[in-house]
Design a protein around this ligand. Structure first.
Ligand SMILES: Cc1cc2nc3c(=O)[nH]c(=O)nc-3n(C[C@H](O)[C@H](O)[C@H](O)COP(=O)(O)OP(=O)(O)OC[C@H]3O[C@@H](n4cnc5c(N)ncnc54)[C@H](O)[C@@H]3O)c2cc1C
Length: 293
């Protein structure tokens, strides 16, 4: 099957915050055979390539962007690779949704990734962001990552060669132009019942502290060393603070929410004000976690 080209896609429709203008094109890629055509496109066109997953960590500005968005679609279930004692090694495609991998692991009675319950997004996006919560990060479960660049094609990188950090992944090969194609992970055997309970506990905890069903991109700022960005924003008076149709959530001051019909200009202004206020009040420079387009 050839690549699919979708002209002038709406960024607000491709992101969970539902903000932003349009890109030039979205290219959907479904199988390895399509990658040669993608390389030709990237090398010949003047557009800036950018991989997009579920769009759950993106804040896109209004207007038109000369971007070629690249989306990976993958099979909807992981592949078992091998059993090593009480550990199962499996592979998941970058386009698979992270909650789908958690659901599969729960049914298979595999433990180790329960703390990631409630994180939306794709497997590729989770790797690119080293997504994590409650002390766990996706890197903890990874054995190796299969990457692609237009010049090198597909190749594996061992987990130790991926330059992980807090919401950071840098395998030092021209990222962000490399695509995470698939990931090999390892989880230990438990029981479906025990894994379900752990996941439910994590999700229940998030439901009472985060606006999990609102239009958001998760946390706007990273937690500074030894501090909580949400707490600093709260103390600076930003819990519930709004501009136009966007606001910092009443539930969690580090979540910016589109109340419906919001515009990026207001979101960016609010973020600027919040950062300035935290700097003035506490002398701390907040670093953004969300990716700006
Ligand atoms: C309600 C809510 C709760 C959240 N909670 C958490 C949380 O607890 N912890 C946490 O870490 N995050 C959280 N997030 C943020 C977000 O879900 C994660 O960062 C997620 O991993 C992003 O995945 P995505 O597929 O949506 O990536 P996108 O938002 O589409 O992209 C994010 C970045 O990853 C890159 N990327 C995406 N796919 C690929 C690929 N295949 N190859 C190379 N690069 C790629 C993009 O270029 C971009 O730079 C939350 C978001 C929401 C909306």
């Amino acid at each position: 099957m050839a690549l699919e080209y979708r002209q002038k896609p709406s960024l607000s429709k491709l992101t969970t915050l539902e903000l932003g203008g349009t890109a030039e094109v979205e290219i959907v890629i479904r199988q390895e055979n399509d990658l040669d055509e993608l390389a030709e496109f990237i090398l010949s066109e003047k557009l800036r390539p950018m991989v997009i997953g579920w769009g759950s960590n993106l804040l896109c500005s209004d207007g038109h962007h000369d971007l070629a968005l690249i989306s990976v679609e993958s099979p909807s279930a992981p592949d078992r690779v091998e059993q090593q004692g009480d550990t199962l090694v499996f592979r998941a495609g970058a386009g698979m949704r992270l909650p789908g991998v958690l659901g599969w692991a729960q049914k298979a009675g595999l433990t180790g990734m329960e703390n990631l319950a409630g994180i939306p997004g794709s497997v590729g996006g989770a790797i690119a962001m080293n997504a994590g919560s409650y002390g766990a990060e996706i890197k903890d479960m990874v054995r190796r990552v299969r990457l692609w660049t237009p010049s090198q094609g597909l190749f594996w990188k061992d987990v130790n060669e991926c330059g992980w950090g807090y919401r950071h992944f840098d395998p030092k090969i021209g990222f962000p132009k490399c695509i995470v194609w698939e990931v090999e992970m390892a989880l230990k055997e438990s029981t479906p019942k025990a894994v379900r309970k752990n996941m439910q506990d994590v999700y229940d905890r998030k439901k009472v502290t985060q606006p999990v069903t609102a239009k958001s991109a998760g946390c706007i700022f990273k937690n500074p060393e030894g501090e909580s960005a949400g707490k600093l924003l709260d103390q600076a008076g930003f819990r519930g603070r709004g501009l136009g149709k966007v606001a910092f959530s009443e539930m969690h001051a580090n979540f910016l929410v589109n109340l419906g019909g919001g515009v990026s200009a207001d979101a960016l202004e609010l973020i600027k004000q919040a950062r300035q206020s935290v700097k003035e009040n506490f002398g701390i420079n907040l670093e953004t976690e969300v990716i700006f387009i």
